[in-house]
Design a protein around this ligand. Structure first.
Ligand SMILES: Cc1cc2nc3c(=O)[nH]c(=O)nc-3n(C[C@H](O)[C@H](O)[C@H](O)COP(=O)(O)OP(=O)(O)OC[C@H]3O[C@@H](n4cnc5c(N)ncnc54)[C@H](O)[C@@H]3O)c2cc1C
Length: 238
């Protein structure tokens, strides 16, 4: 399995950390792909806890890569493994994963619609910064998030937005598990509705939103093969 050494650790806010790694062997990836980190911690059946993290940094530079993680209340791997990693520690991982990004037909001429909720900003940000999309001027990107300190700082995110992007918007929503979260789907639909017929879409984050908006885009006539999805949580929601 590939390994990488932690070369920098930065704290973005109370619960979010940015880690920069140097892979021990050549490691190529496409913006939007992810890795699965093996924490080495064992569950009751003796199996290792493994968790998925998006490659946040641009695929322009692959001799280093970054991930950002949010510590979740009672989260096993974030609290018990990632929080304890120190500079020079080595992680074991698999990847890069994210099959649809390897499909040339996924990226065609036409409008690109990107919608991310919560921590799935990570997928979306590296997707819009990928070599394939960075130069395009027809990319609209929405990040639905509860507040400034939830994940990455708004200013830091703005700095990482490619200058030519057609539209970038941070849409305030209720935090996952809190009152008012039900309205998020309604907001997401109204955003999707403003984009009559995108050629390509990336939907990432809360499975409830991702799955419903995917259905909605298909109903509107978007080709299913041109809709990439990354569900971070609520995977089995329909
Ligand atoms: C494709 C993909 C890419 C991902 N990329 C990232 C990333 O770049 N950064 C990152 O912080 N996380 C990312 N995640 C989520 C990550 O894999 C872990 O699920 C998360 O770090 C929690 O792990 P844990 O062991 O600490 O928590 P666990 O012990 O697994 O418990 C987490 C619990 O919190 C719930 N939950 C509530 N809010 C969230 C939320 N925002 N995200 C995940 N679970 C939530 C889950 O449903 C689960 O029940 C990604 C997930 C996927 C599938």
């Amino acid at each position: 399995m590939p390994t990488a050494k932690l070369i920098r650790r930065e704290q973005c806010n109370d619960s979010t950390h940015l880690l920069t790694f140097r892979p021990t062997e050549t490691f190529e990836f496409i913006g939007g792909q992810f890795i699965i980190i093996d924490s080495g911690l064992k569950n009751e059946e003796g199996k290792n806890y493994k968790r998925t993290y998006s490659l946040l940094s641009s695929d322009d530079k692959t001799d280093e890569f970054q991930i950002a993680y949010k510590v979740l209340e009672k989260g096993i791997v974030t609290n018990q493994y990632l929080n304890h990693l120190q500079v020079d520690d080595v992680i074991t991982f698999s990847g890069p994963w994210g099959k649809f990004l390897k499909d040339e037909d996924f990226f065609g001429e036409g409008d690109v619609f990107v919608l991310a909720t919560d921590t799935a900003l990570a997928s979306a940000l590296s997707f819009v910064n990928s070599k394939k999309l960075k130069q395009k001027e027809n990319v609209s990107f929405y990040w639905m998030v509860s507040d400034k300190d939830y994940f990455l700082d708004f200013e830091m995110v703005q700095k990482r937005i490619p200058p030519g992007l057609a539209h970038f918007e941070i849409v305030p929503i209720a935090e996952y598990g809190s009152e008012g979260r039900d309205e998020v789907l309604h907001k997401a639909k109204s955003i999707a509705n403003q984009h009559h017929n995108p050629r390509t879409a990336l939907l990432a984050g809360d499975g409830i939103i991702v799955n419903k908006i995917k259905e909605y885009l298909i109903e509107k006539g978007v080709n299913e093969n041109h809709i990439g999805t990354e569900v971070y949580f609520n995977k089995d929601s329909v």
